[in-house]
Write a protein that binds this ligand. Structure first.
Ligand code: ADE
Length: 236
């Protein structure tokens, strides 16, 4: 699956995708992430990406031209969006709230294009004529859509087969099944139980000794599973 992020500050985003699982997923060609600097698609000498709003008012607005030009540069992505295998998303706090089910749907696409705004906004024609959907990651206002784009790429990428380890998925699924009836309003497919690692006893100075629950050290897998079932954390 290909992700394209259109942004005026690709340098802020780049290092994030150069670490850990997301780096490995790119190396293994499970995903491709293209950071596209909107400024590279300007046509004027000063590479201006924004202008003042028609009708007056504070702030600057990102122009539609470089965004359009950038999208045309990606295999004329607007046309391929018609085949339902590509989606173009405008990131904005006024958009529909991003959630796990959206990520699930998008993880089956060939390409997800994320347009990240800055300043006071993006020329409204991008929403009217270019974007398939407008999406927000939460009811708060960031300085731009870059963090939203990172969250969306990460959430979607981990649902692509092979990106995260199968062991993790397997144990979560098994436990989820056994408690289906009790779990309501939870993020579909998401369960988590408390996890511990070495040392067995953490000596926290005067605070005391903080121990790992003995059942986890018992080697009795039936007991461990029973213990975990009781302690699933349900995220609502
Ligand atoms: N840009 C600014 N705030 C945002 C948000 N909450 N979600 C998506 N894009 C944004």
């Amino acid at each position: 699956m290909i992700f394209d992020i259109l942004t005026i500050c690709p340098q802020a985003v780049k290092p994030y995708f150069e670490e850990g699982i997301i780096k490995r997923a790119q190396k293994n060609k499970l995903i491709e992430i293209n950071l596209r600097n909107i400024r590279d698609y300007t046509v004027d000498k000063h590479r201006v990406v924004d202008d003042s709003p028609y009708g007056g008012g504070p702030g600057m607005v990102i122009k539609i031209e470089p965004i359009w030009k950038c999208l045309q540069g990606i295999n004329n992505v607007k046309l391929s969006a018609k085949n339902n295998k590509t989606k173009i998303i405008l990131l904005s706090p006024r958009g529909k709230l991003f959630d796990q089910s959206m990520a699930k749907r998008w993880s089956k696409l060939d390409r997800l294009v994320l347009i990240s705004g800055r300043y006071e906004g993006v020329d409204e024609r991008v929403a009217d004529y270019i974007a398939d959907e407008i999406v927000s990651i939460g009811d708060y206002i960031l300085m731009g859509g870059e963090i939203a784009a990172m969250a969306i790429v990460e959430t979607t990428a981990r649902l692509i087969p092979g990106v995260i380890g199968d062991e993790t998925k397997w144990s979560q699924k098994k436990i989820a099944k056994s408690r289906k009836k009790e779990i309501k309003n939870r993020i579909m497919g998401f369960t988590e139980f408390p996890q511990y690692t070495k040392p067995e006893i953490f000596k926290a100075g005067k605070e005391g000794e903080w121990k790992v629950p003995p059942v986890l050290l018992s080697g009795n897998h039936a007991k461990i599973e029973e213990w975990r079932k009781k302690r699933i954390v349900v995220i609502k």
